[in-house]
Unconditional design. Structure first.
Lengths: 261, 277
């Protein structure tokens, strides 16, 4: 039996395909203009690749910003629930999920049954979000995928006087002009992100195992900084970006088996 | 503001003082002689502000035919005004604004100062003394840099965007606080409504920023007379929408950017008088 979860994020859209309770395939694509069109596009890509037909899925559940407009989904769930379910599916030892996405970041507490016991979210401020990292990568003229590795070369991370993404950008520009090495600037930026994460997690009184998800969690520089700042070793799924979609697929399967789809 | 002619300046300059407002984006200098402005300068600052401040002071002193030793007192203020080697006194922007505004507008009770990277609201009592202040220098939302980002997005100048805003009708408000998200939001509005005019876009942008600044001011409570200072006060669109939001017509200083520097210089002058007494 096939199930699918689709996560339409602000920057990327993801599909997770489950065969029974196993993750069979995963796809990540750009979120374009119009959530519905993006959903159709990424789904048709997934169908062409797997040779499945839309009718082969027993249930499809959507999540993310664009979740309500996905034409082929029977149901939708909040990002919070999807990430909680996804993280718990990957790691039953998960007690806190830190999801760092394109335009928001959130932390979710779980109990030993995988139920949500609390969450906190920042979607008001770009500091600590993917958009901030993209802007900085552009400014430093380093491809976003390489920024994490580059930051590891830092000998002496800079200290920014601000956490505001906009002010940090002008500060970084001034640092570049002064000839401060790019790895040191990047490490300073990741420190800002780590501080933001720590603030959020402390407000939530987080517990281990801490799972990191979202596109930013693919960045080794950020993960290292967060780990160092918190003094814990976060656990990461193979592809941290897919956690929301996996959670949605898990919900799809549960709902189908419970006869609610 | 009373301005001294350069001829007068040469006759005996016993009481010449300087006020330097060293901000994140620009340095403002006012040189006063007996309460009158001898010279005023605004310079964009990028890089070593300390050195730049010294250079602008040296140049200006030379231009008005004085020597550096004629400057009896230098007061600095502004985000980068601390630890300036040649400063005799550092005062906060709020103090300098209060001093400068009270001298220019004796009935002023609320100052709204909007600079490149900060927004300050200062409440004064009838004597021109500070009652309370609120400021934002942590977040770019509701500061001048917001306008810069938006002007860049619209491909126009700050002045032009301000003018367009006065002519446009508001069709949307930006709901995001963060400047970075606001940019996205404006782009989305353009996609959803490709025919939207530059006037309407500018109006929406200005209204949204005015809203944030009004929010900061309302936290303190707004008492008339209200005086706008800082570079953004020159923006007609901002003044229009801010007036709507605070339901009052603020006065705009003639040279809004140099008010803090002017106040700093006045503070220096007072110190000198105290010393002579």
């Amino acid at each position: 039996m096939y199930f699918a979860g689709i996560d339409l994020g602000s920057r990327k859209s993801k599909i997770a395909i489950f065969e029974d309770d196993a993750l069979a395939k995963e796809y990540v694509g750009e979120t374009g203009l119009g959530a519905a069109r993006t959903a159709e596009m990424i789904m048709s890509h997934a169908l062409a690749d797997t040779g499945l037909k839309i009718g082969d899925f027993k249930a499809i559940v959507a999540t993310g910003y664009g979740r309500v407009v996905v034409p082929f989904a029977q149901s939708h769930v909040s990002d919070i629930l999807a990430h909680a379910m996804g993280a718990f599916w990957f790691f039953p030892s998960a007690r806190t999920v830190l999801d760092l996405g394109g335009q928001d970041c959130k932390a979710i507490n779980l109990n030993d049954k995988g139920r949500i016991t609390g969450f906190i979210m920042n979607d008001k401020c770009a500091s600590g979000n993917g958009r901030f990292l993209e802007t900085m990568a552009d400014l430093l003229e380093i491809p976003i995928e390489q920024t994490g590795e580059v930051s590891l070369q830092s000998q002496k991370p800079v200290i920014f006087s601000t956490i505001c993404a906009v002010f940090a950008k002008s500060e970084a520009l001034a640092m570049l002009r002064k000839g401060i090495p790019k790895p040191d600037i990047l490490a300073g930026i990741y420190h800002i992100i780590a501080v933001q994460c720590e603030k959020m997690l402390e407000m939530l009184s987080y517990k281990e195992d801490l799972i990191m998800s979202g596109g930013i969690s693919k960045n080794i520089g950020v993960v290292n900084r967060v780990a160092k700042k918190l003094g814990v070793t976060p656990r990461l799924p193979g592809d941290p970006q897919i956690v929301g979609a996996v959670g949605a697929a898990v919900v799809a399967r549960q709902k189908y088996l419970a006869g609610r789809i | 503001m009373p301005i001294e002619t350069s001829e007068n300046a040469k006759e005996g300059h016993k009481m010449v003082v300087a006020g330097l407002d060293i901000g994140h984006r620009s340095i403002k200098l006012v040189i006063l002689k007996d309460g009158r402005i001898l010279s005023k300068k605004i310079l964009n600052s990028a890089g070593e502000t300390n050195l730049l401040a010294r250079r602008i002071l040296d140049q200006t002193v030379e231009e008005i035919g004085l020597q550096l030793s004629d400057i009896k007192f230098v007061t600095t203020t502004g985000g980068m005004g601390k630890n300036v080697s040649f400063s005799n006194l550092y005062r906060t922007v709020a103090h300098c604004l209060a001093k400068g505004v009270h001298a220019l507008f004796p009935r002023a009770r609320t100052i709204i100062d909007m600079g490149g990277e900060t927004c300050n609201v200062v409440k004064l009592n009838e004597m021109g003394e500070i009652e309370d202040t609120q400021s934002n220098d942590k977040c770019a939302a509701g500061t001048g840099i917001f306008f810069e980002a938006m002007a860049k997005l619209l491909g126009t100048s700050l002045e032009e965007m301000g003018r367009l805003a006065t002519e446009g009708e508001v069709q949307f408000e930006i709901s995001s606080m963060c400047v970075m998200f606001a940019e996205q939001e404006v782009i989305s509005h353009c996609h959803e409504n490709p025919d939207i005019s530059a006037e309407a876009l500018s109006a929406g942008i200005h209204l949204s920023i005015a809203e944030r600044v009004a929010g900061l001011a309302k936290r303190l409570g707004i008492t008339e007379e209200i005086v706008l200072t800082g570079g953004v006060a020159k923006n007609a669109g901002f003044v229009k929408f801010l007036s709507q939001r605070i339901k009052a017509t603020p006065k705009v200083a003639e040279d809004p950017q140099i008010v803090a520097a002017y106040g700093a210089a006045l503070i220096g002058e007072e110190r000198m008088k105290d010393l002579h007494r």
